[in-house]
Design a protein around this ligand. Structure first.
Ligand code: ADP
Length: 313
């Protein structure tokens, strides 16, 4: 039987020590990761996971080593979208991430579950379910970051769950975030929520910039071939309240993109991207390519050069 002394301490299980050990593991594991990029959105369904997969794939195709942590625990879709196999191998040093056909390393809770199985959050009481869920969610993300054998990576994307309040939890875990990408669609409702997420995230970001990706901006009409707005009358992205905001680009709606990515097939380089004969290049593939290049430039501007030997002395 435990005494009050055991309860007042932690019963000998040294929870604080375990968390410290996992944090040390996390820092050494992420030491070989060049940049951590969080991908967030205000609302669900705006294409956050699709954009994460497409950007990581575009960069991997040009030789940049990329990985994705699917932190959207119950909305996990990265495994489906990349078509990777489940049940990853474990070694005594950690779990081996899945690797997509284009070379993107992937870690997701979905890899350990049978297809379609949800994660259940068993709280002690229903009243405590919300707090419990947030704690377990953070613990799961910490484990996925710390216990995966990432090896050297140039960019690790963290696909966050939709919602305005998820970034601060991640920032407690990672040593430093290079860029936060916010995915939005040009509807008034999405923009309203996304502006709130930016206001909430800003104080936690230090000087890390926020890159905006406007998804599903336009589409090419099948009958007339003209480019139409997806959300007529919306004002598009025009976030002026923050000097650290950079518009990375806009991606048109392309049914082929959805068809391929939702069935785990690669879209980039598949020859299915739709383009119009209108002004400029209008294809989701070209847009993704250009956003990947803009992100790379933004990251390069964030790289602090290693100190010279003179400076060290
Ligand atoms: P979120 O992660 O924000 O919840 P998803 O990435 O799961 O959203 O995307 C929602 C749906 O929209 C998916 O079926 C996806 O394939 C589709 N989608 C995303 N972006 C585009 C696009 N530019 N064109 C066509 N379909 C898209």
């Amino acid at each position: 039987m435990k005494t009050y002394h055991d309860i007042a301490t932690d019963g000998g299980s040294d929870v604080a020590g375990q968390v410290r050990a996992q944090e040390a593991r996390l820092h050494s594991r992420l030491a070989d990761v060049g940049h951590i990029v969080a991908v967030m959105s205000g609302k669900g369904g705006v294409g956050k996971s699709a954009v994460t997969v497409l950007l990581a794939t575009a960069l991997a195709r040009s030789g940049i080593r990329t990985g994705i942590v699917d932190a959207d625990i119950n909305g996990a879709s990265i495994v489906e979208m990349t078509g990777v196999g489940r049940k990853p191998d474990r070694t005594s040093k950690g779990v081996i991430p899945a690797v997509s056909a284009e070379g993107v390393q992937i870690m997701s809770i979905d890899l350990f579950l049978d297809r379609g199985t949800p994660v259940e959050w068993n709280a002690v009481t229903q009243k405590s379910a919300f707090t419990w869920r947030a704690m377990v969610e953070v613990a799961a993300i910490r484990e996925m970051l710390a216990d995966t054998l990432w090896g050297p990576l140039d960019i690790l994307f963290v696909d966050l769950p939709p919602g305005t309040d998820r970034l601060p939890n991640l920032l407690d875990l990672v040593p430093e975030l290079s860029v936060a990408i916010v995915v939005t669609i040009p509807s008034r409702a999405s923009r309203y929520v996304v502006e709130k997420s930016i206001l909430l995230a800003r104080p936690h970001l230090g000087d890390a910039p926020i890159g905006i990706v406007e998804n599903m901006s336009e589409f090419v009409c099948n009958s007339c071939g003209e480019v139409h707005e997806m959300f007529p009358g919306s004002e598009g992205v025009d976030f002026e309240q923050d000097a650290h905001l950079t518009i990375l680009g806009r991606i048109p709606f392309d049914p082929e993109l959805s068809k391929r990515i939702d069935s785990g097939k690669n879209y980039l380089g598949s020859g299915t991207s739709k383009s119009s004969g209108g002004v400029g290049v209008f294809s989701a593939e070209a847009a993704i390519q250009s956003i990947a290049e803009n992100l790379n430039r933004l990251l390069a501007s964030r790289t602090i050069p290693a100190p010279t030997m003179e400076e060290v002395r």
